[in-house]
Design a protein around this ligand. Structure first.
Ligand code: C2E
Ligand code: MG
Ligand code: MG
Ligand code: MG
Length: 285
């Protein structure tokens, strides 16, 4: 591709790379059904840690062990699945798989925790979503109090009425609800008093900039304050170092999640997570 900026004309050339990437997208779109039936998807779990350094939850994150392309990340195939109308089949697979793996996680943890599953906006427009989840919980005898759903601000708000109804129903059943990637989508906060959620998850972008940007520190501190005033739990994602963890603890953040504690890992690796994470700083909480 040659851009005007390079002064080489205004036309576009389709390169081998672009054709390959298009082929890959098509191939991914066309092999989703088969991936479900052949069990090519796999659940990875990333711990969420409380202020004492104890694991209180796991986020379930999907990966695809593709026979031709190797490991494909959700950032690549979830948007393709959404466009192709396949996302709700993936969501169903995901919840069912978490339900099947739940007894193993419970045996490892030996105490209360939640596993969160990410929902797409497309899922919320699917009228059978609640019944589908209810049915999975019944068949696998899942206690809904062990499950949380994560939904982005935009997915929630773009389907406001349906989201409110759905999350009220799953909330009444005992599931928790988090607003994911909070702070990136909307400028109006008035909706926060009208929706049915338990937790705000501050977007990774703010955490990444904590050490370099006064504005990000300010926004992060303000989001934590806001969550407290609304009696919501506050979780920060993308914690990669101790400075970020210290800042969040000092500002009253409830839960943290990030590579500092663990990358997402498959079920088999859960027993190797440390029983407790320790802060380097000696300051009192
Ligand atoms: P998300 O829900 O915001 O998940 C957090 C993403 O940040 C995950 O990427 C996680 O691996 C990554 N992450 C966690 N800690 C750190 C850190 O310290 N540093 C950095 N750089 N990254 C960190 P992942 O697994 O690639 O997932 C990307 C997105 O794909 C998720 O964002 C979520 O929106 C979507 N996704 C993942 N699994 C599912 C699923 O089962 N269903 C749906 N609908 N979406 C999913
Ligand atoms: Mg999430
Ligand atoms: Mg997130
Ligand atoms: Mg994010």
């Amino acid at each position: 591709y040659r851009s005007k900026a390079k002064g080489r004309g205004t036309y576009t050339i389709f390169t081998i790379d672009m054709v390959d990437s298009h082929k890959r997208k098509l191939s991914i779109a066309n092999s989703i059904d088969q991936a479900i039936s052949e069990n090519e998807f796999i659940v990875y779990y990333q711990p969420k840690v409380d202020k004492h350094g104890l694991i209180i939850a796991f986020e379930a994150l999907i990966r695809w062990q593709h026979p031709e392309f190797g490991m494909i990340m959700p950032g690549e195939f979830i948007p393709i699945a959404e466009r192709g109308g396949k996302i709700t089949s993936i969501t169903q697979w995901m919840i069912e798989q978490v339900a099947k793996e739940m007894p193993t996680i419970r045996a490892i943890m030996k105490r209360r925790f939640r596993v969160s599953v990410n929902l797409s906006g497309h899922d919320l427009r699917h009228s059978g979503l609640f019944d589908m989840i209810h049915d999975i919980f019944n068949r696998h005898m899942v206690n809904p109090e062990y499950i949380e759903f994560e939904v982005t601000e935009s997915a929630y708000l773009e389907n406001f009425a349906l989201s409110n109804k759905f999350f009220r129903r799953v909330g009444n059943m005992g599931c928790a609800i988090s607003l994911d990637d909070f702070g990136t989508g909307y400028s109006s906060l008035s909706y926060l008093t009208q929706i049915s959620i338990d937790t705000l998850k501050i977007d990774r972008q703010f955490i990444r900039e904590l050490e370099t940007s006064e504005r990000s520190r300010l926004v992060t501190g303000t989001i934590i304050d806001l969550a407290k005033r609304l009696s919501l739990t506050i979780c920060a994602e993308g914690i990669e170092n101790h400075n970020q963890w210290d800042y969040l603890i000092e500002h009253g953040c409830d839960h943290v999640q990030g590579f500092l504690f663990s990358e997402p890992v498959p079920l088999d690796n859960l027993p190797f997570l440390p029983p407790r994470f320790h802060r380097q700083s000696t300051k009192a909480v």
